[in-house]
Write a protein that binds this ligand. Structure first.
Ligand code: URP
Ligand code: ZN
Ligand code: ZN
Ligand code: ZN
Length: 501
């Protein structure tokens, strides 16, 4: 019901007309280099009613299509194997440290789309310890979604009902991962006993255990030490929780997961200390999934903290060699007013920084432009690996004629510059302020609709879908067999002993 020009009506952020957005049913993306994780080719991409119909050179189409010229640019489609850029770690509309993140499911996702990310996985926080209540609350928050999303679930306490509800989450609600906090003493933190019980439960359900790996007791002592020394400003944050505490908790989580024999995903790896532990574990074929950050910022408080120079280069190298597998952002933003809650005491600064909009650009510039990873590798670490780990690769029931048209047109010869004055998040600062680089997401298409083009955003609240994530991803392959061998090895010496008597 919109004219051609109104299809690009000035929706912007906060627009709430659910029929808006470009909805031409036919799109042809001409002459781009189509990139997948395993191959690339120059081809046209033809989309009808939100579904990719064909990917091949010189497609002949009817006249009434919307044409997008992609010559000299990369086209990164969401085919049956992936869904555009996927951010595996975000916090939208999360209540945390006495306040709530300022990006909700609409503004955070709009920012994501402007940066070429077309799906994200957010963390549900239980309500009064109830996972079911937490799930319902987040489904409500996500009603205004303008792109597809999935959920992880945080486990913040342990009892019979939590254990029961984990099963409901996995079997009925499409959640296949649970995050355990080894930090945030007094709020989200759980002890080793609960961590072990949680790991066991994850294993039996085929769900992936995730950890926030910092030693929360030691961080608490470190904070007291800083306060006693009179260091109450934001610099006290990183000083109170050094890399050694991240290394310790990462090593402990890895060993406990090994004891239980269940796969482990270490989120937000921020230090060489943690990365070395992961490298060791992966060498012995132990399975570890990873989220890793770009370490450009210096000014804002998040946990684990942004480390001193040196850690960043080492983490990039680990990403290029496959020790670390994917890149998430932990997008979790508070504005200056909220950050100022901790003006006299760094312990009260709400933890978190932005990244959902910046990720695709920063990873391109830091990893591809610098020659540390190939273009296919880029697709792998920003999307495909995430889809595999969270078991949406290939999509259930995607053996149909086509798949969702979530597509990015990326111009490697253009450039980007990051600033709070031009970003789409609601926050008034940007941890990457002033960062420039090569490459630019010029067009984002989601569900067959052009939502980002010519630096303008036309998003549709309510158009995003919840993506169910089934249990028992490839990370669980071989677990049964290893358990059986372990049991056999326990029985063997007993038998020998008996036969002698
Ligand atoms: O500082 C951070 N990372 N805030 C978000 C919560 C978390 O630990 O992921
Ligand atoms: Zn309109
Ligand atoms: Zn965390
Ligand atoms: Zn987080």
């Amino acid at each position: 019901s919109h004219s051609q020009s109104d299809q690009f009506c000035d929706a912007g952020i906060g627009y709430s007309e659910s029929t808006c957005g470009i909805s031409s049913s036919k799109l042809l993306i001409k002459g781009g280099t189509v990139v997948n994780a395993h191959h690339q080719q120059i081809a046209d991409v033809y989309v009808e009613d939100g579904i990719i119909v064909a990917v091949q050179p010189n497609i002949k189409v009817p006249d009434d299509v919307t044409l997008l010229d992609a010559a000299g640019k990369y086209v990164m489609p969401g085919d049956e194997n992936r869904k555009g850029g996927i951010d595996p770690h975000t916090h939208l509309a999360m209540e945390f440290m006495g306040t709530e993140t300022i990006d909700d499911y609409f503004s955070g996702q709009a920012a994501a789309l402007a940066g070429g990310t077309t799906m994200h996985i957010d963390f549900v926080i239980p309500v009064n310890g109830s996972l079911v209540a937490g799930f319902e609350a987040y489904k409500k928050k996500a009603k205004k979604s303008c792109m597809d999303y999935g959920f992880h679930m945080a486990i913040t306490k342990w009892d019979e009902s939590v254990s029961r509800e984990m099963e409901i989450m996995v079997k009925e609600k499409g959640i296949n991962s649970f995050k355990f906090f080894m930090a945030y003493k007094g709020s989200l933190m759980i002890n080793d006993e609960l961590l072990l019980q949680g790991f066991e439960r994850c294993k039996s359900l085929g769900a992936l255990a995730m950890v926030h790996a910092e030693n929360g007791d030691a961080v608490f002592e470190g904070q007291k030490r800083m306060i006693e020394l009179g260091i109450t400003g934001p610099e006290g944050h990183a000083l109170s929780r050094p890399a050694v505490l991240e290394g310790e908790a990462t090593a402990r989580a890895i060993r406990l997961a090994k004891f239980v024999n269940t796969p482990l995903y270490v989120v937000h790896v921020m230090s060489i200390d943690a990365m070395d532990e992961i490298a060791k574990a992966r060498k012995s074929d132990f399975l570890t999934g990873i989220t890793f950050f770009m370490l450009q910022g210096r000014r804002y408080v998040m946990s684990p903290p942004i480390r001193e120079a040196g850690h960043d280069k080492a983490l990039q190298a680990a990403l290029s060699t496959g020790v670390l597998q994917l890149v998430g952002t932990d997008h979790c933003v508070f504005n200056s007013t909220q950050k100022a809650f901790g003006i006299d005491d760094f312990r009260k600064i709400p933890n978190g920084v932005n990244g959902i909009e910046e990720r695709m650009h920063l990873v391109w510039d830091t990893m591809v432009e610098s020659g540390q990873i190939s273009v296919s590798g880029y697709v792998r670490i920003t999307s495909t690996e995430c889809a595999r780990i969270f078991n949406i690769y290939p999509r259930k029931g995607a053996i149909l004629a086509g798949s969702d048209a979530d597509i990015i047109i990326f111009n490697p010869n253009s450039s980007f510059e990051i600033s709070a004055s031009s970003h789409h998040s609601r926050t008034d600062t940007n941890v990457y302020e002033g960062r420039k680089g090569k490459g630019k997401v010029e067009v984002t298409i989601v569900g067959g609709r052009v939502v980002w083009k010519d630096d303008e955003l036309r998003v549709v609240p309510g158009s995003g879908k919840y993506i169910d994530m089934p249990p028992f991803s490839y990370l669980f392959n071989g677990i049964d067999k290893a358990d059986a061998m372990y049991r056999t090895s326990l029985k063997a010496p007993v038998k020998r002993f008996k036969s002698k008597s």
